[in-house]
Design a binder for this molecule. Structure first.
Ligand SMILES: [Ca+2]
Ligand SMILES: [Ca+2]
Length: 249
């Protein structure tokens, strides 16, 4: 959907009027985040060392909803795009990297997990959720409408077709030592969205959030849930609070 706001090149501003697919009269306040074009090839290998990543906007202010408290284990996320793929790179500090699920579309949120939410339109109710664990296990969901329209099982037929690579710095599933964290590199083909969302054009906007479940013996409460978007509820599906990703040069 077209991004309606003008003069939105300044990152991090609270902007009014940039509403994916919404009538012009409707106003929202959301942060506009540029999704810059990937220049050169990205090898999906778990190393964010391609020059393309250097120009990607860095989201490094993950917070714990709904209070916005700073997490013990910080994260950063970067998004890029080209004609074929949407790319996500994430660096997650984690003293206790944990992941045991191996089956696709299993309950990945019971492991450490990185989650990408994408909502291409404010008019259409459909949105997407893609999880990746430290084992590279994927859960991908296309929701026709928010959760009350059915359990997760209803939406998990969708296959995002992503290329995924994970790199762990530490020892997976050994809680007795202290790990450093893990990195996710992912490329999601635009063809995965065919039928529900047109491939974005320059200037289009999608709502999005990058989120995380992090389990750790080093955390007093045993887990930490964080989001790149300023969620006013502890609910990663509260897309009204997502930031807005603008597909830019
Ligand atoms: Ca790479
Ligand atoms: Ca963890």
């Amino acid at each position: 959907m077209r991004c309606r706001a003008l003069s939105l090149a300044v990152v991090g501003l609270l902007v009014t009027g940039c509403v994916p697919g919404a009538p012009r009269a409707k106003t929202v306040k959301a942060r506009l985040v540029p999704c810059r074009r990937a220049v050169g090839k990205i090898n999906v290998d778990g190393k964010l060392d391609e020059s393309a990543w250097e120009r990607a906007y860095m989201l490094d202010d993950f917070r714990i909803p709904p209070d916005g408290k700073k997490p013990r284990h910080p994260s950063s996320a970067q998004l890029l795009w080209d004609d074929e793929f949407l790319y996500l790179g994430m660096v997650m500090e984690d003293f206790d990297v944990f992941g045991i699920k191996k089956e696709r579309d299993s309950w990945t949120w019971e492991d450490d997990v990185a989650e990408l939410f994408l909502k291409p339109s404010d008019v259409e109710p459909a949105y997407y959720e893609i999880h990746v664990t430290p084992l590279g296990t994927i859960l991908d969901l296309l929701f026709g409408r928010r959760l009350a329209a059915g359990s997760l099982d209803r939406w998990k037929d969708w296959d995002c077709g992503a290329k995924v690579a994970v790199a762990i710095s530490g020892t997976l599933n050994n809680w007795k030592d202290r790990d450093k964290g893990w990195i996710l590199e992912m490329a999601i083909p635009w063809k995965a969205f065919e039928g529900t969302a047109p491939k974005p054009q320059l200037g289009d906007c999608w709502r999005f959030a990058v989120c995380r479940y992090d389990y750790s013996v080093h955390l007093e409460e045993g887990r930490e849930l964080t989001s790149s978007a300023p969620l006013t509820k502890l609910d990663f599906h509260h897309f009204e609070d997502y930031d807005i990703l603008e597909f830019s040069e």
